[in-house]
Design a protein around this ligand. Structure first.
Ligand code: AGP
Length: 609
């Protein structure tokens, strides 16, 4: 989704801005642009449709020189991907970049057109820059004009503005879309994601909802939503903890799949004793809050929603606590009753997903007893606005298709299940078994990754197909859902998932030789039921690919390909069985020649509704 970078320095900024954009590429975008104020106080701007590299080439031919500038990657919402719609947008000497959606843009456009402003794009963003310009005509001060303009806006924004006649500063503001100030020595930066600025600083100040900031090379000042000057905490982020390059791997996605044993180890470190989940694993206040919980409501989107679906089986089956799970975009607009003592749990890799954040904010008005987030990004909005947080230690996930974030979310959710279960149905022996299984998990994943070449071989059967069906039962059903999502998002093959018992209620009609059916089959209490369901597929000429426990008694036969996984305790099987499905979708995407790390039309962090 859209990305913002800005800089005010005592050196040339265009290379810094371009590198910042490059680091934001993983978020998904369709055009890029930059505006820089030159030494002779001219505002120069370049925009290109396509990749940041295309903007880089344009800059080689038409360099933008200057010490203050802003840049942007745009993911189209209002108006098609086109140069005229790319940011920055200009109004004479003012340039602006914007993330988010302005809901009253049509009304503002009408008002500004009546005043004589000519619109050159189809975007909602262009209204903001003209609005600021219209105030500048009277007030001649960029900071105040931005403050006045945002009071007219309805919707969400993270924005940054520069004015050619005030070349030593930029002004930025956030509401509903994240912004961070990167603090340097004699230079300061802003970005929508601190990753964009890791090449220039490790010191960050996160703006809060409603904040406006003025940034110069020597200082930054922040005002809160009531226009009171405020100071926000400075966070130092350890560069070693984060590595955002592909290393020896061809794609970030593959690297992130292979990182899973180590990031799961990191997620468990300090949280797992030899026989118990440590009391402090979920933070100092967790015990007090969880002891009151009688119900759980999980809210999330996409892959994170699938993690929530797995957790429902654990929280109800192991902890004995009723649990509901809902996608955030539905939850936030539905009428329902909140039961007493319900814990609201959001799950998110980015911590900035617009629907999940809106769901959390809504939940706070509805009488939930407490809120908790399971999140991968420290200091993200979900983390800052929740009562409790449990960080997944996956490190930066760059591939749009979520992999290591999912499995570390599952680990965190299992820890939550144990912590909750202690106040309900969980017995000490069960906790010991879960802890023992978690200790084995990284090694089991390493062994499962050893099946990579066999899975690569298997992927040949999918490259020419147009559809695929994923089946699982119990907690493996959401694993099948996640497998189908992975395949569709990176290989563009239509994939659906079903709890295998549902086959005969409709989807069986789809089965023929052109419909590969993938099943996840650990050796659990539903194995025999699953085998019967798979026989129904085989009897109708379906082509089966089964990921099965080595003790599950499957054998390869005509139209049945079995790939054996190491034996896994039931409780952690959803985590282990996710791995082959990730590898399968990766290899199919490679055969199809798609853009694995940045699949078409998708964004890494969906910060608009
Ligand atoms: C999964 O591969 C996708 N990238 C997507 O479904 C993602 O999980 C969803 O947009 C939610 O994002 P979040 O975890 O950052 O909130």
């Amino acid at each position: 989704m859209c990305g913002i970078v800005g800089a005010v320095a005592q050196r040339e900024v265009s290379a810094i801005l371009l590198e910042g954009l490059r680091r934001l590429e993983y978020r998904g975008y369709d055009s890029a642009g930059m505006a820089v104020i030159s030494e002779s106080t001219e505002l120069n701007c370049l925009r290109r449709v396509g990749k940041v590299a295309a903007l880089g080439e344009a800059l080689d031919h038409h360099p933008l020189t200057g010490r203050t500038g802003i840049a942007h990657t745009r993911w189209a919402t209002h108006g098609v991907p086109a140069e005229k719609n790319a940011h920055p947008h200009l109004s004479e000497d003012i340039a602006l970049v914007h993330n988010g959606i302005i809901e009253n843009h049509a009304e503002l456009r009408e008002r500004l057109t009546a005043k004589g402003y000519e619109f050159l794009s189809d975007t909602d963003t262009e209204t903001i820059v003209h609005l600021i310009h219209s105030y500048y005509e009277q007030h001649r001060d960029l900071l105040n004009c931005v403050k006045l303009a945002i009071s007219d806006l309805e919707g969400a924004y993270g924005l940054a503005v520069i004015h050619a006649s005030q070349p030593d500063r930029l002004v930025c503001a956030r509401k509903g879309s994240p912004l961070v100030i990167g603090v340097g020595i004699g230079e300061n930066f802003i970005a929508s994601d601190q990753l964009a600025l890791r090449q220039v600083t490790d010191r960050f100040v996160y703006l809060e909802e409603g904040d406006v900031a003025e940034v110069t090379a020597g200082h930054y000042r922040i005002w809160d939503e009531n226009n009171e000057p405020v100071s926000r905490e400075l966070a130092i982020i350890d560069a070693k903890a984060e590595s955002a390059d592909k290393g020896e791997y061809r794609h970030f996605m593959l690297k992130e799949i292979y990182e899973q044993p180590s990031v799961i180890r990191r997620s468990l470190a300090g949280r797992l004793g030899s026989k118990t989940v440590l009391a402090e694993a979920l933070g100092a206040r967790a015990n007090e809050i969880l002891s009151q919980v009688e119900n759980v409501q999980i809210v999330a989107c996409g892959t994170s929603y699938h993690a929530g679906m797995v957790a429902k089986y654990w929280i109800e089956g192991i902890a004995g606590v009723p649990c509901r799970v809902e996608v955030a975009s539905e939850f936030r607009y539905r009428k329902f009753k909140v039961h007493n003592n319900t814990l609201l749990v959001t799950i998110s890799q980015s911590g900035e997903t617009a629907d999940t954040l809106a769901a959390l904010r809504l939940a706070k008005t509805l009488g939930y007893s407490a809120t908790m987030t399971i999140c991968n990004v420290a200091l993200s909005s979900l983390v800052r606005e929740s009562d409790l947080f449990l960080m997944t230690e996956a490190g930066p996930e760059i591939g749009v298709a979520s992999t290591k974030a999912f499995t570390t979310q599952l680990v965190a959710l299992l820890l939550l299940t144990v912590a909750l279960g202690r106040h309900h149905d969980l017995k000490a022996e069960q906790e010991q078994e879960i802890v023992a299984a978690l200790h084995k998990l990284p090694q089991l994943i390493t062994e499962t990754l050893g099946l990579d070449s066999a899975i690569q071989q298997m992927s040949n059967a999918f490259a020419e197909k147009h559809h695929a069906l994923f089946l699982g039962r119990g907690a493996q059903w959401p694993v099948a859902m996640e497998g189908a999502l992975k395949l569709k998002e990176i290989s563009y093959i239509h994939a659906e998932s079903y709890p295998a018992g549902e086959l005969k209620h409709g989807p069986l009609a789809l089965i023929d030789a052109d419909m590969p059916v993938i099943a996840v089959a650990p050796n659990d209490e539903l194995l025999e039921k699953l085998k019967s369901n798979l026989e129904e597929v085989r009897a109708r000429g379906g082509q089966l690919f089964v990921f099965a426990d080595k003790n599950s008694g499957f054998s390869s036969a005509n139209a049945v390909e079995i790939l054996e996984l190491p034996h896994t305790e039931d409780v952690i099987a959803p985590i282990v069985y996710t791995i082959p499905l990730q590898l399968l979708s990766y290899h199919v995407a490679i055969l199809k020649g798609t853009d694995v790390d940045q699949p078409r039309n998708l964004a890494k962090s969906v910060t608009v509704e």
